[in-house]
Design a binder for this molecule. Structure first.
Ligand code: AMP
Length: 218
């Protein structure tokens, strides 16, 4: 099964994709995670990517597409994948079409106030990347990852100025990409109108919608 999970920063796409990964037994591929990994390595390329991410702008299409193509070609993606953060432009969507056929698009619809509340309280593990939230995905020990014991930090681009820029960029870019997919793939529109809804409920909602369109068995 090949899925794309779509939504702005703070829509929950990374969290839901991580939780869907073991349930659906497909691998989550996050271009944002891959870029953060490059940034950590501190190479010239990593430094360039880090600058772009900090500004809230997008990494150029040709770089993202090449990286994604290589990633999809790896053995663990043969059975299927869930793309998180890709495609973000029509160019990327067209390139993806040439590489493979997507079965469905999970479209997360979340109001801006919910997004802002979430991002300002979000943390992630500096070692394994797991996402937490001070409101509703709390670690057992504050500041420490439940899974690997790594320390929890706030993402540079979750800081207010970068968030505003990311939402603006997303707004401008997302519409043409959604329009591009209309009529081409199954659309699962998933609404989340409150910051208090725990991720397990949202994941259930996504699975319910997948059942309705026969992507998974009842
Ligand atoms: P994310 O974790 O998906 O919010 O991505 C973090 C940052 O990585 C974005 O703000 C972009 O700078 C960059 N990025 C991730 N995915 C893409 C993509 N598909 N195209 C361009 N830039 C991307």
């Amino acid at each position: 099964m090949k899925l794309v999970i779509f939504g702005s920063a703070g829509s929950g796409k990374g969290t839901y994709a991580s939780r869907l990964e073991p349930i659906l037994k497909i691998v989550k591929i996050s271009t944002g995670d891959m870029f953060r990994e490059f940034a950590k390595q501190g190479t010239d390329f990593g430094k360039k990517v880090e600058e772009i991410m900090k500004s809230g702008q997008l990494v150029p299409d040709e770089i993202v597409i090449k990286m994604l193509k290589e990633r999809i070609g790896k053995p663990d993606a043969k059975k299927g994948f869930i793309l998180d953060g890709f495609p973000r432009t029509v160019e990327q969507a067209k390139a993806l079409d040439k590489i493979t056929k997507i079965d469905a698009l999970i479209n997360l619809i979340v109001p801006e106030d919910v997004i802002i509340a979430r991002l300002s309280t979000r943390e992630f593990c500096s070692k394994c990347g797991r996402i937490y939230n001070k409101l509703n995905i709390k670690p057992k020990v504050p500041g420490v990852c439940d899974i690997c014991g790594g320390s929890l930090i706030q993402r540079e681009d979750d800081k207010p100025q970068a968030v505003k820029e990311r939402l603006k960029v997303h707004e401008k870019q997302i519409k043409p990409v959604l329009d591009y997919y209309k009529g081409k793939v199954k659309f699962l529109n998933i609404k989340c109108n409150s910051v208090d809804i725990p991720p397990e409920i949202m994941v259930e909602k996504i699975l319910e919608e997948m059942k309705k369109v026969s992507l998974i068995n009842k």
